[in-house]
Design a protein around this ligand. Structure first.
Ligand SMILES: Cc1cc2nc3c(=O)[nH]c(=O)nc-3n(C[C@H](O)[C@H](O)[C@H](O)COP(=O)(O)OP(=O)(O)OC[C@H]3O[C@@H](n4cnc5c(N)ncnc54)[C@H](O)[C@@H]3O)c2cc1C
Length: 565
């Protein structure tokens, strides 16, 4: 991500590379999600609707809404449509899907690398006389480009058994938001349709996995369970609970379908920094950065069909916090994620290396929501960006660094450090310096409520907070500034970390992710970083300030666009 680059590489050269094009360019209409038009067209066409036109005056209301009211996220949508840039002729929309389908067909013979898998049970052979193989989908919510499902299908084909997929949804989850649940459920609806075309039974199970999954396996007489992998505490607990409840003769397997290099293969210990994991991952890429074979029509049908799901009714009855609503720009599901990837390669990749630290510039991939929910695979994104980015000499490696090295470093941290979201999880030097300065006087002290409502003296911070609350995604550069200011303006590092994680996970569409814990821990507790010049409150933790931001991008432009009055 931007911050490491901004930190470790020759800073002045990068800054001058960044700043000059920004000044020249002056994109007055630049909004963060210019791809929105294409996405909306794609979705409205799928829904049989008419195409969105760019010149309608209604869209202009977005700006006034942003500037207006206090921060709230009450499910308001902010449709924003920006005309596509004029310029050289683009490939026909949807080109990526055909390119990828062809690549999957060509990879039909690619073998599943068993290092992606680990057995969680004593039993290792599919139970005989059973009625199917189950993929319990959790972190990787997609059909294609999913090593866990590919493996489950290969197992089912070998055993001549039907294939089932299930997802466990907690119908009551007061900490979760409508924003999150809607993204999940709408993505699952797409998956259920895809499964039905492929002759795979999709089941939505209501309840936590430990409560519902073992009974489901017995009722359906399933002979093996495959699941995907997350290093976070709650999903690890679900896996433990399922393990305890499953019949002992049913094998239970876990496939890391999220990382390019499986987390347990990349390293067997907590890595100190990107520097120490980069070489390990890079060395393993030739082995793991392979094409995905197609998840094809399954040759063995189940004796009875899965219960049909009423998706609309499920979404309207789940008990979640409905005050944080859906966002319009990010449509859930694999198709929309692939459209976002396509638009990145068509229009934004070009500027990624030089402008990704500029919050006014439209240079990021915007892929994090789809990657977080597993709607698209990071490995797929890398393969396609490498294939299509021949003329983007600097942007391709910069993007791969974020998407593979930094992202997989975050999984490494959470997997090997059980205090990944606590000050105790920081290095000794960082804990000591934070403790030494814990009692330093603070010029401003804000409560969680004040911060949540973007009521600080700092217009840039308020604007960033407002961007997150209303759009569900804060620009990556500002996330660092935002979290560091929370350290400066609260009573203790523990409080700062808890508030940053709370806000991040409540509003960011990509929240509740190892990247989020690591982002907050990096900003507040210096993980994966080094000590810097000692100063009040921060101690040796790297400092950021408003003046520094004004030297890097047009802060006023950003404030004007996002800051509530
Ligand atoms: C305080 C703080 C909180 C953060 N919270 C989250 C979060 O909740 N979820 C989340 O996915 N990321 C988080 N990040 C990391 C980063 O800011 C986002 O991944 C990025 O801004 C997402 O936007 P993008 O997909 O357009 O990024 P791009 O720059 O286009 O990057 C592409 C992908 O690379 C990965 N990536 C980029 N930067 C990083 C990074 N620093 N560390 C790990 N992976 C990275 C992400 O998967 C991202 O989608 C946080 C960073 C900080 C400093």
């Amino acid at each position: 991500m931007q911050y490491y680059r901004f930190l470790f590489q020759p800073v002045l050269r990068n800054i001058s590379q960044c700043v000059s094009p920004i000044r020249q360019r002056q994109r007055p209409n630049s909004v963060p999600f210019q791809i929105r038009l294409r996405l909306q067209q794609c979705v409205s066409m799928q829904e049989g609707g008419s195409k969105v036109t760019a010149k309608n005056g209604g869209e202009g209301k977005v700006a006034s809404k942003r500037k207006g009211e206090p921060v709230e996220a009450g499910g308001k949508k902010q449709p924003k449509v920006v005309p596509p840039k004029e310029g050289k002729k683009k490939r026909e929309e949807g080109w990526l899907e055909s390119e990828v389908t062809e690549a999957r067909r060509a990879a039909q013979g690619v073998k599943f690398n068993e290092k992606r898998l680990r057995f969680l049970s004593e039993a290792q052979k599919v139970k005989q006389g059973t009625q199917g193989v189950l993929y319990w989908m959790s972190r990787d919510q997609r059909v294609q480009d999913n090593w866990a499902l590919i493996y489950a299908q290969q197992l089912a084909v070998t055993e001549e058994l039907p294939l089932h997929v299930c997802f466990c949804l907690q119908p009551q989850s007061p900490d979760a938001t409508l924003r999150e649940y809607s993204f999940i459920l709408k993505g699952l609806e797409e998956i259920a349709k895809e499964c039905s075309v492929l002759g795979i039974e999709f089941h939505l199970l209501l309840g936590t996995a430990g409560e519902v999954l073992p009974g489901f396996v017995r009722d359906w007489s399933l002979g093996a369970v495959v699941t995907d992998f997350s290093p976070l505490r709650i999903p690890l607990k679900w896996v433990e609970d399922v393990k305890k409840g499953l019949p002992t003769d049913v094998p239970f397997m876990q496939v890391d379908a999220h990382n390019v290099v499986p987390c347990w293969v990349a390293s067997d210990k907590q890595e100190y920094s990107a520097r120490t994991i980069r070489g390990k991952i890079t060395k393993l890429l030739p082995e793991f950065l392979t094409q995905f074979p197609l998840v094809d029509k399954h040759p063995h049908s189940a004796s009875k069909p899965a219960k049909l799901v009423d998706w609309a009714s499920t979404l309207s009855t789940v008990e979640v916090d409905r005050s944080v609503g859906e966002v319009e720009w990010a449509r859930p599901g694999t198709a929309a994620g692939m459209a976002m990837l396509e638009s990145f390669m068509d229009t934004r990749l070009r500027d990624y290396a030089s402008e990704r630290n500029n919050p006014n510039s439209d240079a990021l991939s915007q892929l994090s929501p789809w990657i977080h929910f597993g709607h698209i695979s990071a490995q797929r994104a890398v393969l396609q960006v490498q294939r299509n980015g021949a003329n983007r000499a600097q942007s391709v490696p910069a993007f791969v660094e974020e998407l593979v090295v930094r992202r997989e470093l975050a999984d490494n941290f959470c997997f090997y450090n059980k205090n990944y979201d606590k000050v105790e999880g920081a290095s000794d030097w960082a804990r000591k310096t934070l403790m030494d300065h814990a009692k330093d006087p603070r010029q401003y002290v804000y409560s969680k409520e004040q911060l949540e409502k973007a009521k600080t003296h700092d217009r840039l911070w308020n604007a960033a907070q407002y961007q997150m609350v209303t759009e569900g995604k804060m620009h990556g550069f500002l996330r660092m500034y935002w979290a560091k200011k929370i350290l400066e303006w609260t009573s203790s590092p523990e409080e700062a970390l808890a508030i940053a994680i709370y806000l991040n996970d409540r509003y960011e569409l990509d929240g509740r992710d190892p990247n989020g814990f690591v982002g907050c821990m990096w900003s507040i507790c210096g993980i994966h970083d080094q000590g810097w010049k000692e100063r009040p409150i921060f101690g040796k933790i790297r400092y950021m300030n408003y003046a520094g931001c004004t030297r890097k991008f047009n802060v006023q432009q950003f404030e004007k666009q996002y800051c509530p009055k």
